[in-house]
Design a protein around this ligand. Structure first.
Ligand code: ADP
Ligand code: MG
Length: 683
């Protein structure tokens, strides 16, 4: 079964002048088929005339007035003021820019039809910059609603309207969903839906059309989401066609690692391991995302996957987005694996030349596990036999980077990890081309984190709180505000805070970590903190991901209102990792904006990453959610992943079946909805 093999004829290019075609291409319209699914943003009703006096305010209407005067005024700013009336009353129209021809058309005695919103101005009913034309004789009204299409500079709505009307006449409106399926999903036919949306019959309530919950809109949205699912599913299947090394363990390395752990694995970890182990022993590359809330214990699962690759005679690579995190992984993995005889190499940008040469040589020869940052994917890095590529905090990497790591081997298996839990529907869209394993259980013995919100006027109390906390033998983080505009300023703030805290807490050992530190300095600070030689670590967001020091059980975040929700959740996740009661103090500076207030409320009330993510999605939409992952989501023009969640669920199921049972229909469906844009998804 290979749907990619079935090929539907391409839709003919749009018949139009070269100049017009260029403009159309700018908004993604290349073929006749593209025109058919270029749907209106909204509609204007010019099928009837509304009396000026009865016009609902704030809603665009068509009025017809006879002009009584047209003057240019210079105060308060230059404008053309036109007065006219109909049977019901007077209307003032204002134009702040205008041509002499318009001025002429609006001379006293002319009859004009103006389309715009009527507002109550100082002098009565007003329209600002209405669209208008002069009426000559008994001009009939339009008989249909006017669809207003998304457009670009220099491309008139009327031109689009004409082209689309023509496409509707002769275009391919063939159905891609079976009658039976449509019936089950309660969706109308495609041809009917498109005709309705492009040319709604007179009398259709504008509200229905604009609210987008009309069955015709549902059909369009479903088709769109289905195309996206088909596309990603197909990419997934295509990658399966490629061969990959079969990684079957030849010894008990994994079991020996488990034996020497100071803890037992959780049920979720065992399940994840089993799934991954199964994938690795297949002759096609694994494409799995391991998702688990902060602290769920993803690292050991990855280490066990690496063991399987290693004991099958292959290498594993482990890439992390920051130097601090990579280093921490390196230390941890070495501590786990070196006693078992595994050779671990280490690559980051900051290695000195000689050390780097040695590590590169190791990666190209005997190393069994190579840990590092982006340095792993640079040119000149060669792996002897890369069988498994592990990417931690995968949302921090771009597609190209993950691809580059894969290219370091001949189709290695891939394990991606993310602590950014994303809502289910979003996951189904973003990760439709991956298998997903969720670690839905935290290791036992974690104490819930107490979150407090404290105004910055009470900073002194927080300092006292730290002191008490350290007296009890614990450690603390103090995270300095994010200053997006300037890294230098952010650094300055961290240094100031460090100096201030050292002064306020003379008996405590304070450390400072920020991104400008040299690698060995950073390493020394982190090692000292891990060893308990530093009580309070002042840091910028460099500690945001992954850092794991169980004895640190207090997290203070300054200017918490400047952080995003997932960042706050990540930062808070640095504590609550040991047996001690942990707390997180969010210091905020008022006055708070509405969004900031909402965010703090959400983080205060919730500890579950998925719930936080769900509310975050609600708050700001899916845009930034999954970092730079290129996915099908940008292809969605009409559907909304949150509002249309039910459609996503349905589409996922239909897509799987359709590719198997009706590959030709699937192909036609994809061509129609994605056309040339399908290329965007090839990654
Ligand atoms: P994350 O999923 O955020 O990457 P880590 O892998 O860093 O989480 O694990 C967090 C901490 O929990 C580490 O100190 C790790 O050693 C510990 N840990 C992992 N699994 C277990 C377990 N089953 N029981 C107890 N502690 C565990
Ligand atoms: Mg981690």
């Amino acid at each position: 079964m290979d749907a990619a093999g079935a090929s539907a004829p391409a839709s003919p290019p749009i018949r139009a002048s070269e100049a017009l075609r260029k403009k159309l291409a700018k908004i993604g319209l290349h073929s006749e088929a593209d025109l058919l699914v270029h749907l209106p943003l909204r509609y204007e009703d010019e099928t009837r005339i509304t009396p000026v006096a009865g016009a609902p305010w704030g809603e665009p209407v068509l009025v017809e007035v006879v002009i009584t005067s047209c003057e240019i005024q210079f105060r308060p700013r230059r404008q053309m003021v036109v007065r006219g009336f109909d049977d019901s009353g007077e209307l003032v129209m204002r134009f702040f820019s205008f041509y002499p021809s318009q001025q002429a058309a609006l001379s006293a005695g002319s009859k004009v039809r103006a389309f715009g919103e009527v507002r109550g101005g100082f002098f009565g009913a007003e329209m600002v910059h209405p669209r208008f034309h002069k009426v000559i004789g008994d001009e009939p009204l339009l008989t249909e609603m006017t669809p207003i299409y998304p457009s670009t500079a220099g491309l008139a709505n009327s031109a689009l309207q004409k082209l689309i009307a023509r496409a509707l006449e002769g275009g391919d409106l063939s159905e891609t969903l079976d009658e039976e399926l449509r019936h089950r999903l309660k969706l109308p036919g495609l041809a009917r839906s498109l005709r309705f949306l492009h040319t709604p019959p007179t009398g259709t309530a504008l509200e229905t059309l604009h609210a987008r919950n009309h069955p015709a809109w549902r059909r369009v949205k479903f088709d769109e989401v289905l195309a996206q699912q088909l596309c990603m599913r197909r990419a997934y299947l295509a990658r399966r066609e490629q061969g990959a090394p079969v990684l079957v363990a030849q010894d008990d390395l994994g079991a020996r690692l488990v034996d020497q752990l100071p803890f037992g694995l959780t049920g979720a970890q065992l399940r994840a391991m089993a799934e991954i182990a199964g994938d690795l022993s297949q002759p096609y590359p694994m494409q799995r995302l391991l998702q688990g809330d902060v602290g769920a214990g993803k690292t050991i699962v990855a280490a066990l996957a690496a063991c399987q690759a290693i004991s099958a005679g292959w290498q594993a690579a482990f890439m992390a987005p920051t130097e601090i995190l990579a280093e921490q992984h390196y230390l941890k993995l070495r501590q786990w694996l070196e006693p078992l005889g595994v050779k671990v190499a280490w690559l980051t940008g900051s290695l000195k030349a000689a050390a780097k040469r040695a590590q590169l040589a190791s990666a190209a020869a005997e190393a069994q596990l190579v840990v590092g940052t982006h340095a792993l994917i640079q040119e000149g890095v060669d792996f002897a036999r890369l069988g498994l590529a592990i990417v931690d905090e995968q949302h921090r990497f771009g597609v190209a980077q993950r691809l580059a790591l894969r290219k370091k081997g001949a189709n290695p298996h891939q394990l991606m990890m993310s602590a950014t839990p994303i809502p289910r529907t979003l996951a189904m869209s973003y990760y439709a081309d991956l298998d997903v394993t969720v670690l839905d259980e935290l290791p036992p013995g974690r104490t819930p984190i107490k979150t407090r919100l404290v105004a910055d006027t009470r900073r002194d109390e927080v300092v006292g709180f730290i002191s008490k906390h350290v007296d009890e033998g614990r450690q603390a983080y103090w995270v300095c505000p994010l200053i997006e505009e300037s890294e230098a300023l952010q650094l300055q703030t961290a240094q100031d805070t460090y100096a201030q805290l050292a002064e306020d807490l003379p008996n405590l050992r304070i450390g400072l970590a920020h991104s400008r530190l040299k690698a060995d300095e950073k390493q020394a600070v982190m090692a000292a903190f891990t060893a308990g030689e530093i009580d309070v670590l002042v840091a910028t967001t460099v500690i945001e991901v992954g850092v794991d020091v169980p004895n640190a059980s207090l997290m203070v975040i300054e200017h918490a209102e400047r952080f995003g929700l997932s960042q706050l959740h990540q930062l808070r996740g640095r504590v609550g990792r040991g047996a001690h009661e942990s707390s997180c103090v969010l210091i905020y500076a008022g006055p708070l904006g509405e969004i900031a207030r909402q965010r703090l409320k959400i983080i205060f009330e919730n500890t579950d990453g998925f719930e936080i993510a769900r509310q975050d999605l609600h708050l700001r939409g899916p845009g930034e959610f999954v970092g730079s992952r290129q996915s099908g989501v940008p292809l969605l023009r009409y559907a909304d992943l949150e509002l249309d969640a039910d459609l996503v669920e349905m589409a996922r199921e239909v897509a799987e079946k359709m590719l198997v049972e009706h590959p030709e229909q699937a192909e036609r469906h994809l061509k129609r909805w994605l056309g040339t844009r399908e290329e965007l998804l090839k990654s």
